[in-house]
Design a protein. Structure first.
Length: 286
């Protein structure tokens, strides 16, 4: 009887050990399976993140009060390295987020070429002029241009007090012009060039603008009480009929020729100085 119990106990012990060994194997298999699943999930998650990241996409910084800045493009392995971004330096460098690294663009800006396509027109006849005033021209205004010159001249006389244009005159290359202008004090402006495009565009983009630094004075003299008079109607109260023959009209002669010891300096003018209303380029003289 004792042998039977011993045999049964031994068999039971072997069965318990076998069951425990199987349970331990299953537990180990479950742990390995869990570790495998975690590793696979990590790999899949990493691949998804890499695939969802756009390649060669400019990363924009948060909106700030300074000019917008574009950070360098992000690239994944195998992509060609992008060119450094061109960034306009902000007014306040302290406002740039510390994670932004960019190379300032020091390339000089290029101004777009202005295309001038206005049609060329005929320059008015030599000596053609206009008096844009109610006064009568009585004082000689003579302009001498350089001989063998190739430039045309467009000359303005503007009232020194009101800045209103009173006289316009056109002069051909190398020519001399003499006209009568109203009495007064004037500032002289003149533009020069080769091709004429009308009084709006003058000689086009190559127009040279100049002005005389000296005020031109046209007046009367010769009789007591009228020296410097600049209005003809003032003569009626200042002189008698017999004195009229003694009156002299003082005009101006201008040589637009550079000379050593010349008495009239010039400086650069602007296109705005040549904006004139009520002009007529029909070609008939006043």
């Amino acid at each position: 009887m004792n042998d039977i119990y011993a045999v049964l106990a031994a068999k039971k012990l072997r069965e318990d050990e076998e069951a425990e060994r199987k349970a331990q194997s299953k537990k180990t298999a479950r742990i390995i399976a869990c570790i495998f699943v975690v590793v696979v999930c990590i790999i899949l998650f990493s691949n998804n993140n890499n695939n969802s990241s756009p390649r060669n996409t400019n990363v924009r910084t948060p909106s700030i009060s300074t000019p917008s800045i574009t950070a360098p493009s992000l690239t994944t392995p195998g992509d060609a390295a992008p060119s450094p971004p061109r960034v306009t330096p902000p007014r306040d460098a302290a406002a740039i987020p510390p994670w932004i690294t960019a190379q300032w663009d020091t390339t000089p800006s290029v101004t777009p070429e202005i295309v001038f396509d206005e049609p060329e027109v005929d320059f008015p006849p030599n000596g053609y002029h206009q008096i844009l005033d109610d006064e009568i021209g009585v004082a000689q205004f003579k302009v001498i241009t350089p001989p063998r010159d190739s430039f045309y001249y467009y000359v303005l006389l503007r009232d020194a007090s009101t800045d209103k244009t009173v006289v316009t005159v056109y002069i051909h290359p190398g020519e001399t012009v003499s006209i009568d202008v109203p009495l007064g004090r004037y500032r002289m402006y003149y533009a020069t060039g080769l091709e004429w495009y009308g009084t709006t565009h003058l000689f086009g983009p190559n127009t040279q603008y100049s002005k005389a630094d000296t005020i031109l004075h046209f007046y009367l003299e010769g009789v007591d009480g009228i020296d410097g008079v600049e209005k003809l109607e003032d003569l009626y109260d200042l002189v008698s009929f017999e004195d009229l023959e003694n009156i002299r009209v003082v005009g101006c002669t201008i040589e637009l020729i550079s000379r050593a010891g010349g008495n009239m300096s010039t400086s650069t003018a602007s296109a705005d100085d040549f904006i004139v209303d009520e002009l007529d380029e029909s070609g008939s003289e006043d």
